[in-house]
Design a protein around this ligand. Structure first.
Ligand code: WTA
Length: 647
């Protein structure tokens, strides 16, 4: 497993500032011992912070690898995010939204409840019933949150597909979810350029015959085609919709949403999350890790199209009655100080962003944040990939001016909530370490055979006790659920797919994926998804795709390609292949380089050895290659990787 950076050399420690400790939502270190000793009592107590229509009978039923949390309990997630806040915070801002063009829209909790209820009534009127999966394909505009909450209100699980995905990727996910209603928009702006979202959706929808209705938000002034009988404008539907909608009474174990993520095969996995456990998990982690207070302006820069947006823009913060800041656009539009301009103007107090963004800001230089007053910030967070100590320290100094604690939060789509992170009022942090498991979570580092690794030794991250917001299954593929997460060691031990090691004090250092998943700027992309697209191109015979470590993006995609016989590759074809992947998955999956080759490293049975390709791409020793069909191929590929500086 690779080192992310100079992890070994950074030994500074940062104690939480005294005044932060004094006022923190949680500052008693005893909480770790208490939670560990009596897991059920710990979560029972915390579950009281959620509003239940009917109390639960038991905290946890654990039949490995199946957990049921808060069984018998009845609740509604949108009720917890909206109605539960109305009495105390009806006029408090729930959302402050800023468009890329600086438009601003604000919603109080009262207004958000009203809009959500109207859309919930609209959806009901269109025949959406409890249990029907609704697909949401929207950019970062308030309607994405309203749509999620409206679905939750009527018990229709949502499946949000990241807006930058292509129409084809949308269609694969709609088909897997068996969704017959999609919510999208006409278009949106990215760096001032129009993205024709509806057109993309239409492309995908031509092969999704099941889709009966498409609700379209009018977000730009561009003309679009509305298909008679299928497409309806959001504003037409909302105009006369009733403003009151009783929340559906949901069982704790009912599905709240599906979230597609990449795995080791070409087919994305629909991760199923429950209602009760998910709400308790995200509510409590948001409150403790982000130390949410009533006067905070909290900004998580993730997109609602990924799990971070679900858990820490929508369900966690809103169930805590937080004011959530939301930004539609790019960090360098119109200038490279857009984030700092937003922090200053909206007086953000908490900023939660990704290491890729931090490294990019570092590259752009200190002058951009230095132009702005960032003194309202009191806490910083990081998520999505390992943060190297240099970036951590830069963030600490230049954004947090040395006073804001940093929470480096490790978690996954599958875990639903943060599992390893500092508690900002308790934990002494070390740059590059996500520190310790959240109270009640047991994590460890194992070798392939399940032996615990001593401090300092690389191994695999394992979670050894259930947690409330854990993935319940993979939609329609229970076998894959068990196979992927629960067979590496035993059915009590969750395999995260990440490499990690412990230090002498039990602090975790996560090194990144050990499976065939690539994290490009924190976006999860499966190698096989890219490979299957490359081979779908008429010129390509075979392809092997791997991640190459990158200073800014964490990883970038390298594609090794064998062309069909008789064809010779040139730069034009390389660009064509790169565009082919980008337009079929989404621009974030654009390969950095395509390398043509006569052969690929294969086992005798003909399987491509990505481990070897990955070592070659990263300029590392390939290790044992004796099992290869033709060990000579390694030298040839090394040569091509080095010489091929064209793209
Ligand atoms: C990586 C994102 C190191 C990890 C919430 C994990 C991290 C994958 C961290 C999940 C972190 C996330 N330090 N690595 N603080 N946070 N990761 O499902 O490889 O999009 O397995 O969820 O991101 O990505 P996902």
């Amino acid at each position: 497993m690779e080192e992310t950076d100079n992890l070994e050399t950074e030994e500074r420690k940062f104690r939480p500032p005294d005044d932060f400790v004094k006022n923190a939502n949680i500052n008693d270190p005893e909480i770790y011992r208490k939670a560990d000793e009596d897991l059920e009592a710990f979560w029972r107590g915390l579950a009281e912070e959620i509003k239940w229509f009917r109390g639960f009978d038991s905290v946890l039923e654990w039949e490995p690898p199946h957990a049921k949390w808060f069984t018998g309990g009845k609740l509604n997630a949108s009720y917890n995010c909206l109605d539960a806040n109305i009495e105390k915070r009806g006029d408090k801002l729930a959302i402050i939204w800023e468009g890329e063009n600086r438009d601003i829209r604000k919603y109080t909790y009262g207004e958000l409840l009203e809009e959500t209820s109207r859309l919930a009534n609209v959806l009901k009127g269109m025949g959406v019933k409890k249990g029907d999966i609704v697909t949401i394909y929207l950019p970062m505009i308030p309607e994405i949150i309203i749509s999620m909450l409206a679905c939750a209100r009527i018990g229709a699980p949502h499946s949000v597909v990241f807006a930058a995905f292509s129409g084809e990727a949308l269609c694969t996910r709609i088909a897997d979810a068996q969704s017959d209603l999609v919510i999208t928009c006409d278009g949106y702006y990215r760096r001032g350029k129009l993205v024709e979202q509806k057109k993309k959706a239409d492309c995908g929808l031509t092969s999704c015959i099941k889709v009966q209705k498409v609700v379209v938000v009018k977000n730009t002034k561009n003309d679009i085609e509305m298909r008679e009988g299928r497409d309806v404008w959001w504003h037409d539907l909302m105009r006369d919709a009733g403003t009151v909608c009783e929340p559906e009474v949901m069982d704790s174990e009912d599905m709240l949403f599906l979230m597609y993520t990449s795995g080791t095969t070409g087919k994305p996995k629909g991760i199923v999350h429950s209602t009760g456990g998910y709400m308790v998990g995200t509510h409590v982690t948001a409150k403790w890790i982000f130390d949410l207070k009533d006067d905070d302006i909290y900004w998580c820069t993730a997109d609602c199209g990924w799990i971070t947006g679900h858990s820490y823009i929508v369900y966690g913060p809103l169930s805590n009655g937080t004011t959530v800041l939301m930004y539609e656009g790019a960090p360098d539009y119109p200038e490279k100080d857009r984030f700092w301009d937003i922090v200053e103007r909206h007086k953000a107090t908490i900023l939660y962003t990704a290491p890729t963004a931090i490294r990019t800001f570092m590259k752009w230089g200190n002058k951009w944040p230095a132009k702005h007053d960032l003194s309202t910030l009191r806490l910083l967070g990081s998520v999505g990939e390992p943060i190297n100590p240099d970036a951590w320290l830069w963030y600490h100094e230049n954004i947090g001016s040395g006073r804001c604690p940093i929470v480096d939060t490790w978690w996954q789509t599958e875990t639903g909530m943060v599992l390893i992170s500092p508690l900002p009022g308790i934990t002494t942090t070390k740059p590059g370490s996500a520190t310790l498991p959240f109270p009640g979570i047991r994590a460890t580092v194992l070798d392939e055979n399940g032996n615990e690794m001593p401090p300092g030794k690389d191994g695999l991250l394992a979670i050894t006790r259930p947690w409330p917001s854990m993935v319940r299954t993979i939609h329609g593929d229970e076998e894959r659920f068990i196979e992927t997460y629960w067979t590496k060691w035993d059915r009590n031990t969750y395999f995260a797919g990440d490499g990690a090691k412990l230090d002498e004090e039990g602090y975790f250092r996560i090194s990144g994926r050990v499976d065939d998943v690539i994290q490009v700027s924190g976006h999860r992309i499966g190698t096989e998804e890219v490979e299957s697209l490359l081979v779908s191109h008429p010129s390509v015979a075979e392809a092997g795709v791997v991640g190459k470590s990158d200073e800014i993006k964490g990883e970038v995609i390298y594609g090794y390609v064998i062309l069909r016989s008789g064809l010779s590759g040139d730069n034009e074809l390389k660009n064509e292949l790169i565009d082919h992947v980008a337009s079929n998955i989404g621009p974030f999956a654009r390969p950095k380089r395509i390398i043509f080759s006569e052969e690929l490293p294969k086992t005798r049975s003909g399987k491509i050895m990505r481990r070897v390709l990955k070592a070659i791409a990263n300029g590392r020793e390939t290790g044992d290659v004796t099992t290869l069909q033709d060990p000579g191929v390694v030298e040839e590929l090394k040569r091509r990787t080095e010489e091929n500086g064209l793209i």
